[in-house]
Ligand binder design. Structure first.
Ligand code: GDP
Ligand code: MG
Length: 421
């Protein structure tokens, strides 16, 4: 089997004020997983402890020198920083390290670019990349023309900058327009499913959202021990116990310090979450930083204005942890569920909770049933609650209560069987 050649990378973390070095280490571990997802292999890492970042190199010049030695010695191709760097810092570091230098946002954008499969996702990612690039490009050129300076260079630099900027801006406008059109199509499709009860699975990346989704739908969506295995939200109809039909939605995961342009570009994908009736917040209980993951998810929920939507917290991967970890999480979030998607443990509890919320969502309707259509009324008894049944002159007056899904079914059956007056 042909193996993809792995890019050798070196990671750099920074202990910010108020942080412990252990926090920085955990964040570096996550950065390592991101780097692997992007096709790299981590050779070594360094943590900088300092009051504030250096304006020119972000880290101390001494540490930059140390990394430069490792780069040369181990043939490292890329040095990745867990923080966002200024264009000047990137340039200075590339010079001193003689390697490619990436920051966290660029790395995440790169992963999204690799993962994008549908036209919508590809458009969203390119848009985010260009928006990320535009200000950097400007500053880089400004810097360059100032640095080189002198007669003849200024004009050229500025012209080039204008041309580049114009091309990128035109492309951004074009992509935004494309995205608008794609989104309208999405809204149309959404409208046609409006009557169904919608459940969206959200949460930090790698929590097991797609695994839970697959367990319920018996779909074979892409599951991988990688961050952001899926970018597009996937919607599938599925039947729960007691013939409750729902639409289950698998969404792209969230992550700490998600580049701001990505959040904006992926808003439309996340809109699926906004129009859903119930959220399942999947949490990887085996990750020691799960509380931080929940906080990140809460922040995104707040940004999307869905903090008040009913939400079930589902701690996943209980097969990997001790009882004590479960007990602590239960105290942290009472009323949460504990499951293992991989080992199919307690998944029926999720099902029960969904059905519980569907029942809260019941509505009542009044119908005039044709006389003698007891068969249709029996069907209503099976579908929900018949609260009142009165024989009036030329029809039977029935008050029915059921889930929105059942009400839709009752209307549909009434129409095909011509059961109403
Ligand atoms: P997503 O990013 O939230 O969609 O996460 P995935 O469903 O893609 O799962 C991420 C990784 O976690 C995969 O390697 C899964 O096999 C693994 N995983 C998911 N659920 C469980 C679980 O209950 N137990 C264990 N041990 N691994 C799990
Ligand atoms: Mg997934």
């Amino acid at each position: 089997m042909k193996e993809e050649k792995k890019e050798k990378v070196f990671l750099v973390g920074f202990v910010h004020p108020g942080e412990f070095i252990e926090d920085t280490q955990d964040h570096l571990d996550e950065l390592g997983l991101l780097a692997q997802t992007a096709g790299g292999t981590v050779k070594n890492s360094l943590i900088q402890e300092r009051r504030r970042p250096d304006a020119a190199y972000f880290i101390s010049k001494g540490n930059a020198g140390k990394i430069a030695l490792e780069v040369a010695g181990q043939g490292i191709e890329t040095v990745i920083f867990d923080d966002d760097l200024s264009p000047a810092q990137i340039r200075n570091l590339e010079k001193i390290l003689s390697s490619k230098v990436l920051d966290r946002s660029t790395l995440i954008l790169d992963i999204f670019a690799r993962r994008a499969k549908t036209r919508e996702a590809m458009t969203q990612v390119e848009l985010a990349q260009l928006k990320h690039l535009l200000p950097r490009l400007t500053r880089r050129w400004t810097h360059l023309s100032r640095q080189v300076g002198g007669i003849g260079t200024r004009g050229v630099g500025e012209t080039q900058l204008e041309i580049d900027r114009r091309i990128i801006k035109r492309r951004i406008a074009r992509l935004s327009k494309d995205l608008d059109r794609i989104e309208r199509g999405r809204q149309e499709r959404r409208k046609s499913r409006d009557a169904s009860f919608k459940v969206a699975i959200i949460g930090y990346t790698n929590a097991g959202k797609t695994s839970i989704f697959n367990a319920f739908t018996e779909a074979r969506a892409f599951v991988q021990d990688r961050l952001f295995a899926t970018l597009d939200s996937v919607v599938r109809r599925c039947i729960l116990s007691g013939e409750n039909e729902i639409l289950l939605i698998d969404t792209v995961g969230f992550i700490r310090k998600l580049p701001v342009h990505l959040v904006a570009s992926f808003r439309s994908t996340l809109e699926e979450t906004v129009v859903s009736d119930l959220l399942i917040n999947a949490v990887d209980l085996s990750n020691p930083r799960y509380e931080e993951h929940i906080a990140v998810t809460d922040t995104v929920r707040m940004d999307l204005g869905i903090l008040n939507k009913p939400c079930i917290t589902v701690f996943n991967k209980i097969d990997l942890v001790d009882r004590s970890v479960i007990e602590r999480a239960r105290k942290f979030r009472p009323r949460s569920l504990f499951v293992s998607a991989l080992k199919s443990r307690n998944l029926d509890e999720i099902e029960k909770e969904i059905v519980h919320f569907m029942n809260l969502d019941k509505e009542e309707i009044d119908l005039r049933v044709k006389p003698g259509r007891e068969d249709f009324i029996a069907f209503m008894y099976r579908s929900g609650d018949v609260l009142r049944k009165e024989y009036v002159d030329c029809y039977i007056s029935v008050r029915f209560r059921g889930t929105r899904e059942k009400i839709k079914q009752v209307y549909r059956t009434a129409e095909t069987e011509e059961a109403l007056v």
